[in-house]
Design a protein around this ligand. Structure first.
Ligand SMILES: [Zn+2]
Length: 269
């Protein structure tokens, strides 16, 4: 190892020591990027997606998706519930959804063919919000940098902005790679953490967390005829369903209580 490499490695390890945080479920995470950097990368990616892809403007459909999103946001922990989340419905047969740092959510009309009710759509949106709140995009980009693969990401870290070469890589790390042709599936750890967080939000908002399992069953069934984009970055529905079914009963009383306490009926189309 050359002298500069040694110095760089030493600097990186100092950086890493100071960059360890804990996820909402208490897992240690390496975070090399600031939340401001992530928000700006997420905003840039979101603006690009909205420019490139067709947006659905049906008022009824948009109101339905917005209604569920609002319900979930209202029960998020501080400071997340006070942030300005935006949701966009994309007109596409893709069975997909995403949430990006900077509090940007995307739902594809194809997904609405797979979700049978508001509970199941809340399961997907809650899961995606979970990825943002647990800072999974930051963790993925940081891990790439730490193992020396994310040279372009390292450049972002230094320059504090996204250059055109790194756009696809950043979008993949943030969970929207399928839209730009780069697949970077979430790890099982991130997936189960987001499933758990999503179900927590569902229960707190009066949506039945047990429906999350049905959602994944529908997703797997839809995979029989085509490959849902969502499944390409969200692998292994079978083990996921088992974990969801083990966790959901713990939330039933909270869900029932929240449902009884709702001042408005559940969102409907
Ligand atoms: Zn996910």
């Amino acid at each position: 190892m050359g002298r500069w490499k040694l110095i760089a490695a030493a600097l990186l390890s100092v950086l890493m020591l100071s960059a360890c945080t804990q996820s909402p479920t208490g897992r240690n995470q390496l975070m090399l990027f600031s939340s401001g950097q992530l928000a700006s990368l997420g905003d840039t990616s979101y603006a690009q997606l909205k420019q490139q892809q067709k947006v659905n403007t049906d008022p009824k459909l948009n109101a339905y998706v917005q209604c569920i999103t609002d319900d979930l946001i209202a029960v998020l922990p501080a400071p997340w519930r006070d942030k300005e989340w935006e949701v966009t419905v994309f007109a596409s047969e893709e069975i997909n959804a995403f949430a990006l740092p900077g509090e940007n959510i995307g739902v594809y009309t194809g997904l609405l063919q797979v979700t049978e009710n508001a509970h199941q759509l809340a399961a997907v949106i809650g899961h995606e919000i979970g990825h943002v709140i647990a800072d999974h995009g930051n963790e993925r980009m940081s891990n790439e940098v730490a193992v020396g693969l994310g040279l372009q990401l390292g450049a972002i870290l230094a320059a504090d902005r996204m250059d055109s070469n790194s756009t696809a890589l950043v979008m993949a790390a943030l969970g929207v790679g399928a839209q730009v042709g780069v697949l970077l599936p979430y790890s099982r750890i991130h997936e189960s953490e987001s499933d758990q967080l999503g179900m927590d939000y569902m229960a707190a908002a009066g949506y039945n967390p047990a429906e999350a399992a049905n959602l994944w069953r529908n997703m797997a069934r839809a995979a029989g005829s085509s490959t849902p984009e969502f499944l390409s970055t969200h692998p292994s529905p079978q083990s996921r369903i088992a974990a969801i079914e083990a966790y959901a009963p713990r939330l039933q009383s909270q869900y029932q209580q929240a449902l009884a306490g709702r001042r408005t009926p559940l969102c409907s189309l």
